[in-house]
Write a protein that binds this ligand. Structure first.
Ligand SMILES: [Zn+2]
Ligand SMILES: [Zn+2]
Length: 246
């Protein structure tokens, strides 16, 4: 669990280096803004990039980037570069993140293309430890009973407060259960999103644009390749920015 926690804390693929390159490139230049095109590493004027912005009516698909003033914003004003599809700017990290999901306050790190898998594994292990720890504590502080021949269940809990250690163990187990239940809600939410190959940021944008259904699915999701293919892609590859979207 610690290994995957450290992996999740590693870089989610931040475009910071490029941002610094851009700031260096813009220094002393007569043109107001110059940016680096990530695909071919050429310098383009920001006016050219702004002219590529797509009108809201033509954006029929789900995109992680916001729509402002009737246009899809592909230019990050903080990092000064053209945001690839599926990326998003984080105000806490002050950087654009590749395939950004969200900023996790618990590990103080953005979840992006390079650490999303480790983040999910960390969550799963945390849940296992939380529920197993709760069950283990409860069957210790209470007198357990065997159900169906294999499952121990706390049965007689009359002596929970018989001594200090037992009482503390019981209260700690209750807090662990509460934390695990909250984590479970988040985990299910993540599973639903990954199953349709979308991110929290894309889901949020879809909600704002009325592209969300009542079943927590996203309409016109061009990244969705079906349940099995989405999971195979998530487990065995790193989700990269899609090149077929401007
Ligand atoms: Zn940015
Ligand atoms: Zn962040």
């Amino acid at each position: 669990m610690i290994f995957f926690f450290i992996e999740a804390k590693k870089s989610p693929r931040i475009f910071n280096t490029t941002c610094h390159e851009i700031k260096d490139a813009t220094r002393g230049k007569s043109s107001k803004h110059v940016t680096v095109n990530l695909e071919n590493n050429t310098h383009d004027r920001v006016d050219d990039i702004l002219s590529q912005e797509i009108a809201e009516k033509d954006v029929t698909y789900v995109d992680s980037r916001p729509i402002k003033n009737g246009k899809l914003k592909i230019w990050c004003e903080n990092c000064h570069f053209k945001k690839p599809a599926r990326s998003g700017h984080c105000n806490i990290c002050n950087a654009c993140i590749s395939v950004r999901d969200h900023h996790c306050v618990w590990i103080d790190c953005c979840i992006g293309s390079h650490n999303h898998r480790s983040f999910i594994i960390t969550m799963a292990l945390f849940l296992f430890c939380g529920f197993y720890g709760f069950h283990l504590t409860m069957t210790t502080v209470c007198t357990p009973e065997m159900y169906l021949g294999w499952f121990l269940f706390p049965s007689d809990c009359r002596f929970l407060y018989i001594d200090f250690q037992t009482a503390v163990s019981f209260v700690a187990a209750c807090y662990t259960l509460m934390a695990s239940m909250l984590m479970l809600c988040n985990f299910i939410y993540q599973i639903v999103l990954i199953s349709q190959n979308t991110t929290s940021q894309e889901f949020h944008q879809a909600s704002r644009r009325g592209l969300r259904t009542k079943c927590f699915t996203v309409k016109n999701n061009i990244h969705n390749n079906g349940f099995i293919k989405n999971w195979i892609a998530f487990i065995f590859t790193r989700r990269e920015d899609t090149g077929n979207i401007p």
